[in-house]
Design a protein around this ligand. Sequence first.
Ligand code: 4NP
Length: 153
Amino acid sequence: MVKVLMVCLGNICRSPLAEGILKSKIDTNKIFIDSAGTGGWHIGELPDKRSIDVAKNHHIDLNSQRCRKFTISDFDNFDFIYVMDKSNYKDVISLARNEDDITKVHYILNEINSNEILEVPDPYYEGASGFEIVFQMLDDACEIIADKLNKNE
Ligand code: 4NP
């Protein structure tokens, strides 16, 4: 079974959205999707209400998700690790033990544009409109990821 992990800083805003969006585009019996944060401030919590609300507006339910922290064992347990920004990339790569670990880590927006590194902005300190913009970015990227996964499942 292919396993995909979405990673952001807090695991309450961006990566829970990425997890929920990708799950809505694939068969969860065949592909495993999870998310984690590089920071541990919100462990065990639900996603941010603004992420839950924007997902709900798009008929995606995030209420079964709980925040957890990224761990080194995630390199063993996942095939693809998608990060949102350069800071997440640096934090995840700093835990990599070898080249195999490093090659699993990708910028999620590079699925749309591989020419330059683009970042999903952290909407934590923004209003609801920031969450809708993030939703659209992640939806575009997840559409491409889902196409690839569904072809190879
Ligand atoms: P996220 O946003 O990385 O998209 O989940 C954040 C959520 C919480 C915090 C930082 C970023 N925080 O510092 O608590």
